[in-house]
Design a protein around this ligand. Structure first.
Ligand SMILES: Nc1ncnc2c1ncn2[C@@H]1O[C@H](COP(=O)(O)OP(=O)(O)OP(=O)(O)O)[C@@H](O)[C@H]1O
Ligand SMILES: O=P(O)(O)O[C@H]1[C@H](OP(=O)(O)O)[C@@H](OP(=O)(O)O)[C@@H](O)[C@@H](O)[C@@H]1OP(=O)(O)O
Length: 285
């Protein structure tokens, strides 16, 4: 896309935020990324450093005004969004229909199943990667749609082993969807609020890896996580413990002096296969 300056009559004024059109070279081609994100996400993601780096590579971020029709804004090469809700979904679908030349990251249909913790893991569970570089699996889990009094029985029938991590079924990015609990005993399970997913707690040495994938690029970061639960702790603890967001950006363990047995990053070939397979199955960019 060619972005000219403000006086260009052909293209009309651009809605620009976080960048000043006056600084642009009139004849330079820019990729224009319209973004629709929560203010929290703008703060954590659209850092001046990222914007500067992007601009040097010919990429401009432009805020989408959610109070104005999307078609009146732009033109965009890419629409980057992380908003949920039926109304926004319809706006994007309509925009995709009328602007097939614009890449929407990601199309609402493609990410719908990621808003539910059961369906989001299904394609991982369905994957049958050979065990050449390490195993890929999901914790054993059970979905409870309603009736908290039925949980202890359902857990016994499913043969799940305590402790269990309880996660809201809906994963829509809201603070509520991040409210996780750890249940140590069967009786306390009735205190949980469906709809939820119950997962067996998997000891993992108090460290986890977050894997970010963009195209062929794979970036792994190390984060502190929940500590292992020992048999002794399990026998002396009871009840449900709510835990705040663990493994967030502030919990980086990239530079921590860790035992090599937990610090070692997952093998690259495994991540590459996983990335390829997930992209194929999820049909996302
Ligand atoms: N089955 C489990 N066994 C042990 N720890 C778990 C389990 N599930 C989640 N955790 C812990 O809870 C944290 C949050 O889990 P969640 O499933 O919400 O991950 P997430 O979706 O990757 O989180 P985020 O939205 O922050 O990226 C994990 O980082 C991990 O520390
Ligand atoms: O809060 P941050 O900006 O850091 O981003 C977090 C992001 O929240 P947001 O996109 O809603 O803001 C989360 O998305 P939802 O599960 O809520 O959809 C999830 O992707 C986390 O892994 C991200 O943490 P990070 O991996 O970057 O540490």
């Amino acid at each position: 896309m060619r972005l000219k300056d403000d006086n260009d009559e052909e293209e009309g004024p651009k809605t620009m935020s976080h960048c000043s059109i006056g600084h642009l070279q009139p004849e330079k081609s820019f990729v224009i990324v319209g973004y629709a994100l929560t203010s929290k996400k703008v703060e954590s993601f659209l850092k001046p450093k990222l914007e500067g780096l992007a601009r040097n590579k010919g990429i401009l971020f432009v805020a989408i005004d959610q109070n104005r029709p999307l078609s009146d804004q732009g033109p965009f090469d890419i629409v980057l969004h992380k908003l949920t809700g039926k109304e926004w979904r319809q706006i994007l679908e309509e925009y995709r229909r009328t602007h097939p030349e614009v890449t929407v990251l990601d199309p609402p249909d493609a990410i719908q199943h990621l808003h539910n913790r059961q369906s989001m893991l299904q394609c991982v569970a369905d994957m049958n990667l050979s065990d050449t570089y390490g195993k890929v699996g999901v914790p054993r889990q059970l979905v409870i749609k309603r009736d908290s009094s039925s949980i202890p029985d359902a857990v016994t029938k499913a043969g799940l082993i305590l402790p269990l991590v309880a996660k809201p079924l809906v994963a829509d990015g809201s603070a509520k969807s991040h409210e996780l609990s750890l249940a140590y005993d069967e009786y306390s399970l009735q205190k949980l609020e469906p709809p939820l997913v119950l997962q067996e707690f998997v000891n993992h040495g108090g460290v986890l890896f977050k894997v970010y994938i963009v195209g062929e690029a794979i970036k792994v970061v190390r984060r502190f996580s929940l500590p292992d639960v020992t048999k002794r702790e399990l026998s002396k603890n009871a009840g449900v413990f709510r835990f705040p967001r663990v493994s967030c950006a502030a919990a980086s363990a990239d530079d921590a002096d860790l035992d090599p047995s937990v610090a070692e990053l997952p093998p690259r070939p495994l991540l590459e296969r996983l990335a390829k397979e997930l992209r194929r199955r999820l049909v996302v960019f």
